[in-house]
Design a protein around this ligand. Structure first.
Ligand code: AMP
Ligand code: TRP
Length: 330
């Protein structure tokens, strides 16, 4: 297909905390499947990570780690571009301009900020509050059509959509209006230790998540310890049996089997056998994944991030110029 006719996909992950199965199943694995059909850009969003305190040495390592995770997951540089957000200064430039279009009332609606600030709103950074506007700039800068994310980011993508529309209305129709794409299954993988809350990289207990860099045997043990529901039937019922339903979703997505098929396979067998089966699947997935991850060198990653930024720089410059012209600073 002609490159120019393909729709553009843009998404990103923050280089903070440990990337886990929720990030992989909710976001990155979906990106991999979009590469043929779309013109894809995947970003390591480092300026988002610094909205909460980071250790500079660890941040530097995490940036490389995220890019390696993209590659090990199957992001293919023939079809997609990977780059580091802070290499393209137009992100912050456009964020500033969009700040003048965004309203306090827009940001006050963002549930993730409320969760993250957790009653401590006076002490968290202005950056954390304003982060959805930077995210809108990330998306809009590249004339993005589709933004594949997990469910928790839907509200932020909708803000990007609203800001693009409002900007076009206030000035001139120069911005592409993006939309989110959320997968049907896996958009919200729940914590292994508490299936009523989403799997999270900032969870206090390591039993909450399986990190993509976890030792495969240790990960298998986490599955065996995962919280399940009181009866013993392997059956999907999100409301009444959130624990087993979450494990069924993970199993189904990693093994490429329908949930119905798994229910049949484990009917009459109980949770113990089911967990053993899933533990094997998770272990095998991590062994394969980590083999690919470990084969990529830091130098290789640094080079490809640099060349990714060089490739997309002209798109960012072009958007900023259009924006500057219609607002009257150029
Ligand atoms: P973050 O870890 O917040 O940078 O998220 C990176 C991507 O993973 C975003 O698209 C999130 O929506 C997605 N994500 C994070 N946690 C989960 C989860 N528990 N289930 C599914 N997707 C998730
Ligand atoms: N805010 C997103 C998250 O925490 C990461 C992100 C930043 C992003 N900019 C983006 C995702 C642009 C999609 C598109 O998960």
């Amino acid at each position: 297909m002609n490159e120019d006719k393909k729709l553009r996909v843009f998404s990103g992950v923050q280089p903070s905390g440990n990337l886990h199965l929720g990030n992989y199943l909710g976001a990155i694995s979906q990106w991999v499947n979009m590469q043929e059909k779309y013109n894809c850009i995947f970003c390591v969003v480092d300026y988002h990570a610094i909205t909460v305190k980071q250790d500079p040495e660890i941040l530097r390592k995490k940036i490389i780690e995220i890019a390696k995770i993209y590659l090990a997951s199957g992001i293919d540089l023939e079809n997609s571009i990977i780059f580091q957000q802070s290499d393209i200064k137009e992100h912050t430039e456009l964020a500033w301009i969009l700040n003048t279009v965004a309203r306090i009332s827009d940001l006050n609606k963002m549930t993730q900020f409320k969760d993250k600030a957790d009653g401590n709103q006076e002490n968290v950074s202005v950056g954390l509050y304003d982060y959805p506007v930077l995210m809108a700039a990330d998306i809009i800068l590249y004339n993005t059509d589709v933004v594949p994310v997990g469910e928790d980011q839907l509200q932020h993508v909708e803000l990007a959509r609203d800001l693009a529309k409002r900007f076009n209305h206030n000035f001139d129709k120069v911005l592409r209006v993006p939309k989110a794409e959320i997968r049907k299954e896996g958009a919200r993988i729940m914590g292994l230790d508490d299936p009523t809350k989403k799997m999270s990289k900032s969870a206090t207990s390591e039993l909450n998540y399986i990190a993509l860099t976890d030792d495969p045997d240790k990960a298998a043990k986490k599955i065996m310890k995962a919280s399940t529901d009181s009866d013993m039937e392997v059956k999907y019922d999100k409301e009444k049996k959130p624990g087993i339903s979450n494990l069924l979703t993970i199993y189904s997505l990693l093994a490429g089997k329908e949930i119905k098929e798994l229910e049949k396979e484990y009917s009459g067998k109980g949770y113990g056998d089911f967990k053993k089966g899933l533990a094997e699947v998770v272990k095998k997935f991590l062994i394969d994944f980590q083999e690919k991850y470990n084969a990529i060198s830091d130098d290789e990653v640094k080079k490809l991030l640099k060349s990714g930024a060089e490739k997309i720089q002209p798109i960012a410059e072009d958007t900023i110029l259009r924006v500057k012209k219609v607002i009257g600073v150029k």
